[in-house]
Design a protein around this ligand. Structure first.
Ligand code: HEM
Length: 133
C-alpha cells in the first residue's frame, strides 16, 4: 500500500474543492429545467443554497492553490510559470464571473456570466491537471 503524505493532503483538498466548485455548477445547470418544473422560485433557492458551499470551496481552492505554488516552487519557471499565470487569470475570471452571475438580475446577464463561470472553471481544471502532469 502506498503511503499518504502532506502532498497527498494538499492535492486531495485542492481537487475536493474543485469538484464542489465546478461539479456543483455543472450539476446545478443540469437540474435547472427540472427545478423550474417544481416552481418558479426553485432554481433561485437551489442556487442560493449552492452558493453557501461554493464560496467556501473557492476559498479552499485559493488557499490550497497558494500551498501548491509554494510546494512546487522548484518548477516555477519557463513554460510552467506561463501556464500558472494563465491559470491564475482564468481563476480570477471564474470567481469574478460567478460573483456577477449571482448578482445579475437580467436573463442576459445570468446567461453570459453563467456561461463565463462554467467555461473559466473548466479551463482552470484543465490547466491544473496540466500543471500537475
Ligand atoms: C477554479 C479554481 C481552481 C481549479 C478548478 C483548480 C483545479 C486544479 C486541479 C484539478 C489540479 C490538478 C491536481 C492533480 O492532478 O493532482 C490543480 C493543480 C494545481 N493548482 Fe489548481 N485549481 C484552481 C485554483 C488554483 C489556484 C487559485 C492556484 C494558485 C494560487 C492553483 C495552483 C495549482 C498548482 C500550482 C497546481 C499543481 C500542483 C502540483 O503539481 O502538485 N490552483 N488545480
Amino acid at each position: 500500500m502506498l503511503t499518504a503524505g502532506w502532498d497527498t493532503v494538499r492535492l486531495f483538498l485542492h481537487v475536493l474543492a474543485a469538484t464542489v466548485w465546478l461539479g456543483g455548477q455543472l450539476t446545478l445547470a443540469a437540474l435547472v429545467t427540472a427545478l423550474r418544473a417544481v416552481g418558479a422560485a426553485a432554481p433561485k433557492a437551489a442556487a442560493r443554497r449552492f452558493n453557501q458551499v461554493a464560496w467556501p470551496a473557492f476559498a479552499v481552492l485559493l488557499a490550497t492553490g497558494a500551498w501548491n505554488v509554494v510546494a512546487e516552487q522548484a518548477k516555477d519557471h519557463g513554460a510552467y510559470r506561463t501556464t500558472l499565470v494563465v491559470k491564475l487569470v482564468v481563476v480570477a475570471v471564474s470567481g469574478l464571473s460567478a460573483y456577477c452571475h449571482a448578482r445579475s438580475r437580467s436573463t442576459a446577464g445570468l446567461a453570459v456570466f453563467g456561461a463565463l463561470t462554467g467555461l473559466s472553471s473548466l479551463s482552470a481544471l484543465f490547466l491544473g491537471v496540466l500543471l500537475a502532469g
